[in-house]
Every structure is written in C-alpha cells, then in structure tokens.
Design a protein around this ligand. Sequence first.
Ligand code: HEM
Length: 424
Amino acid sequence: MFSMEKRDAHSARKRMISNVYAKSSLQASPALREISETILYGRMLPRIAAAPETVLEAYELFSAVTLDVVIAYIFGLEQGSNFTDHPELGAKWLHDYKSRQPYLFWVQEMPNVFQLFSNLGLGQWFVPDWVGRKSLDIEEQRLEWCDAAEAAILSGKAAESARHDATVYGQMRSMLKRHEEGEAGTKEKDTNQLSRQQRLDLASEMLDHLAAGFDTSGITLTYLAWEFSRPCNAAIQTALRRELLTLSPATQSVSAGSIPSSKDIDDLPLLHAVVIETLRLHAAIPGGQPRMTPANTTLGPPGAEVHGIPAGVRVVSAAHSVHRNTEVFPEPGRWRPERWLDEKGCVDGGGDRSRWFLAFGSAGRMCVGKNMAMYEMKGIVAAIWSNFETTIVDDAGMEHVDGYLAEPRGSSDGSFLRLRCGKI
Ligand code: HEM
C-alpha cells in the first residue's frame, strides 16, 4: 500500500485493511487486550525491574516492545516474536534492519541509475552486497511469520483463540481472496490454500505494516521518555503519574485479566497531550511526505497541472517544518504538552493546531496505523510511568538523524538514551 503509486489501486488496498485499525476495532479487540497484558505487563515491566542498577537503554527497549506488539497484532501473539524478553536478539534485529537504511536512497529514488550501474556490474558502488543479503534475511523471516499465521488460520486456531488471532494478516488474506476469487463461496475459500502469488502479496503488505509500525512508535517513545526524564519536566512526570493513578484497576497492581480499559487510557487528557506534543516536536517521520501531480502517460488519461505545478511532478511537505509554524505553535522548539489542553485541563486540539499536525500525514495517504500507534504508545506510557520514575543517566546520543525517518543518532559508544528507572 505504502508504495502503490496509482490512486485507485492504493485506495482499493486501503479499504481492504483499514477497519482492523479503526479505533472501535482496536478498543474491542480481545486479541489486542491479550497482547497488551502479555507484552506490557508480562514482559516489559519485569524487564525494566530486572535491569542491572535499574539502568536501561530506552531506544532498544521501546523498539523491542513495539516490534512485539505490532508483530503480534499482525500475525497473532502465539505466532509472533519475543524480543522484549531477549534484548540481545532485539538489539541485533534493530541493528540489521537500520544498517541498510543509508543505502536505500539509490534503490528507491534513483532506480534507473542504480539498475544501469548494476547491469555494468558496478551496483556495489552504490549498495554493498551485504545490504541485499540482510534485506533477504528480513524478507525470509517475514515469510516465516506469515506461514505461522497461515497455519493458525488453516488449523482453525486463529478463529478459536484470541492469542492465535492473526488480526491484520487474516483480514488482508480474506479480502485478497474475496477480491481475486469473487464473492461466491468465500466462506469456504477462506480456509483454502493461498496461491504462490497471494502468499507473496500478503507477505509484502505485512512487511510494510511491520516496518511502518514499529520504528516510528519506538522513536516517539524514546523522545517522550527523554523529555519526561529531564529535570526541567519533572513536574509534568509527577502530574502524569497522578493522572494515571486515577485509572481503575490501577496500572500499578495489574494481575492477569485486570488491565484498565483502553478507552479509559485513551481518554486521559494529559497523557494524550504528552504523546501528541512529542509527535509534534520530535516527529518520527519529519521528512518529506510525497505526492505526485497526475502524470502524462502515452496510454492512460492525460496528466494535470495542480495549482500551477506541472503534471507529473513530485511535491513534498515535511512535518518538521510544518510543526514549527510560530503562529500556530508559539515557542515551537519547546516541548510544552499544555499547549494541547484548555484552562480546565481538557484536550483542546481545536483551531489550527490539529490542521497543522502532520505527524501521521494527511488525507488519502495518511497513516493507516495511527490509532494503533496511539493505542500502543499510550498503553506503554501508562504501564511504565505508573510503576517507575525515570531520570537521565546519559543522553549524549539524543540528536535526530537527518532523514525521512529520524531516530536518535546515538553516541560513539553505541548508546542512545540511558535511563534510570526507580520503582515507585
Ligand atoms: C508514532 C507512530 C507512527 C507514525 C509517526 C507514523 C507516521 C506515518 C506517516 C507520516 C505516514 C505517511 C503519510 C503520508 O505520506 O501522508 C504513514 C503511513 C503508513 N503507516 Fe504509519 N506511523 C506510525 C505508526 C504506524 C503503525 C503502528 C502502523 C501499522 C501497524 C503504521 C502503518 C502505516 C502504513 C501501512 C502506512 C501507509 C499508508 C498509505 O499508504 O496509505 N504506522 N505513517
């Protein structure tokens, strides 16, 4: 979906899948509730509590947790990963995944140049061989998760148990089959084998969701934890904890089957303001969000000029710049969650603020996982900061890299943000 250029194909694909990311579906999902209980309370909090001298590398922790949550919602909790309990595997995965990114420019933005040089045997000048090998490893791993989800569907387990429910994969699978094999007999066909092409189409779509879903949320949570843990923001951390302790059952005394409802978490105004303000100041995707004016083609309909921009031209808008409009966001360089609240402390995204908020993009290409991101980030913040208070041990690596995606640069010793987490 992310890379489909043609508008009709893109919106048809988006319609197939968007209902599993609707707020109402997420809040009512037994699978996601199981996922939150198991990953946030069964894995993440114990990992924090057991950290040596209670010092944690925040970016690694958040990447592992967001990977596990997104993978579990796509492929099913039982078919998914457990990077949260295995930090060394999570750190390796993150390193392998990210180390390819500086080389993707040529493949994505200059495919013809890259192809030409590859045909001459000089592709290595642009992209070393190991990048291709690592990408293949990642694709292979994705296919394994797809095949595990497929087996759960064919065996009937996915339909019977929330822990096996492969929500996103299952939705996309049945829509693809319905789309390609027609409405008739779809119920029976849902349990039929996939064709080779369908298996690969599904794997490709799921890879997009996984890639789009984990790092963005992990980066946002790392910046949120950083802002939160700075001495100048100690009062905000205290106020948020007070707000979190109004939840019932309390996120401090969670036992199996007793986490607060996601709707109650979603309704907390300061929690909402803290997440939205982090997305504004530290947009995980600050880089250009591209759109094309309709291009002239030899066969298709003629292209069109839009507002004086010629046909077939790519334009971008960047959240980083839009979020620094001083008329809409006074003191734009400061992290001020209260700008999203009215004088009574209720959420106030009114007026221009919401219109100028571009962290999830806008219109037809807007992030399909926006509600999922808010659900998981708010759940993670609620679980951590009602149980721990955090202070900074080392934040030398907390500078955005310059790119479409802007994770922290990291310091020379490989650290991003080290936090001390004191149990309350
Ligand atoms: C803090 C978390 C997230 C941020 C900041 C974010 C941001 C974005 C942005 C800026 C876009 C491109 C919008 C555009 O070009 O207009 C996008 C697209 C997308 N995102 Fe997210 N995202 C987040 C989380 C997620 C999650 C959790 C998922 C799924 C599990 C997801 C799946 C997608 C997909 C599939 C697209 C392509 C949508 C399309 O082409 O229509 N994202 N996201």
